[in-house]
Write a protein that binds this ligand. Sequence first.
Ligand SMILES: *Cc1c(COP(=O)(O)O)cnc(C)c1O
Length: 411
Amino acid sequence: MKREDCEALDRADKLATVRDRFDLPDGVIYLDGNSLGPLPYSVTKRLKEVVEGEWGIDLIRSWNHNDWINLPFVTGEKIAKLIGAAPGQVICTDSTSINLFKLLVTGLGLNAPKTVLLSSHTNFPTDLYMAQGLGGLLGDGRCQLRLVSDSEIESALTDDVAVLFLTHVDFRSGNLHNMQHLTNLAHEQGALVLWDLSHSVGAVPINLDEWQVDLAVGCGYKFLNGGPGAPAFLYVATRHLPQATQPLSGWMGHADPFAFAPEYRPASGIASFASGTPGILGMAALDVALGQWHDINVADVRAKSLSLCRLFYQLVSQEPMLEALCPVGTTLLDQRGSQVCFSHPDAYAIVQALVARQVIGDFRAPDIMRFGIAPLYVRHVDVFDAVRHLCEVVSSEEFKAPAFQNKTAVT
Ligand SMILES: *Cc1c(COP(=O)(O)O)cnc(C)c1O
C-alpha cells in the first residue's frame, strides 16, 4: 500500500468533508479521539452564544426562554438516535461513573431479591470501583460483586445474577463484546444487563431496543466530541420505567421540583433519573457536537473505521522494523471497536516520541500503545503517516531519549 493508494481511498470516502467541521491543529495526526474527541467549530460558536447571550444577557430567564431546563432530554434524544433507542428512554446527565452507580441500584431493585452483580476483571476500572463502593454501602446481603475473566462470563451467568454489567468495547484491548448474544444469555438466566457504551457510542452500530437491552450508560467526551468532562447519558428501557427507581433522588428528578415539597416524589419516566442541576455549558457543547450527526450514518462510520483499522494492521505487519509490536486483543476486525493497540516493552516512551512528532495516541499500563480511530476526521493518509512515524521512532530508537521516559499524571 502506497500513500497514493491512501489518498485515493480518502477521495472516495463518503465522510471526507466531515473532517472540515473540526478545529484540528495543523500538522497533528489525532489518534486519541477515543479518549477526548477534538473540538468541533460549532461548539466554539455555540459556547460563545450560550455564555455571552444566554447566561450573560438572558440570565436566569434562560431556563425557560432558552429551554435550558429541557436540555438533558433534548440532548438525550440526539444520543438515543445513535444507540437505537426510541424516544423517552435516554437522558443526558451526570458522569458515566455516577450513572453507572444509579443504574446498578436500579437493576438490583428491578431484579430483587437477586443480589449478584457480574462483570469482567477487564471492565473499565471506574465501573468496577463504583460497584465496589455500592457493595460496601449495601453489604453482602444485598449486593455481591462477582468478577470473572472475559472467557468465563458465559459460564458465570447463573440464575442468581441480578445484573450483568460490561463495557461494549474494552478500553485496553479494543475487543467488542457481542451485546446481542450476551443480553440474550443473561435474559435466559433471569438476569438484567447494563451496558457501558463509552467506547462504542459514535463508533460502532448499537441497537439497544432491538437487542432488548435493559439498561445502559455512556460517555459524552470520547467519540461524541462533547468536550473534556462532558456530561454522560443513561438509558432505561421503556418496559422497565414504571418500576425503575434510582437512589440519587435529587430535586431535578422530582415530579414537581418547583413545588419545593419536603417529600421526594419521582417524576414519571426517564426524567426521574436526573439528580441535580445540569451543567448547561458542558451540555450545550455536547448538544451542538451531536448536531453533526444529522447527516451521518453510524453504518458508514463503522465501514470507514474498519477500513482504517485494517490499513493500520496491514502497514504494521508489513514493516520488519515493527516486528516487536504485538497486536493486543483480537485481530478479527468485526470483533473489535474503533481502536488499534499493540504491546511493546517501551510502549510508553514510543507513544511520547510519537506525540513529540505530533502523532497523538496514548499509553495504557502496563505496556500498551493505543490508537483511537475516529472516522469523522481520521483519514487513510493519517494512518499511513502515523505508521511511517512509528517506524522511524522505533528504528532510530529516538524513543530512548530521557525526555520520553518520565510518566506524567495523565497517560
Ligand atoms: C471513559 C469511560 C468512563 C468515564 O467515566 P467518567 O465518570 O466520565 O470519568 C467510564 N466507563 C468507561 C467504560 C469509559 O470508557
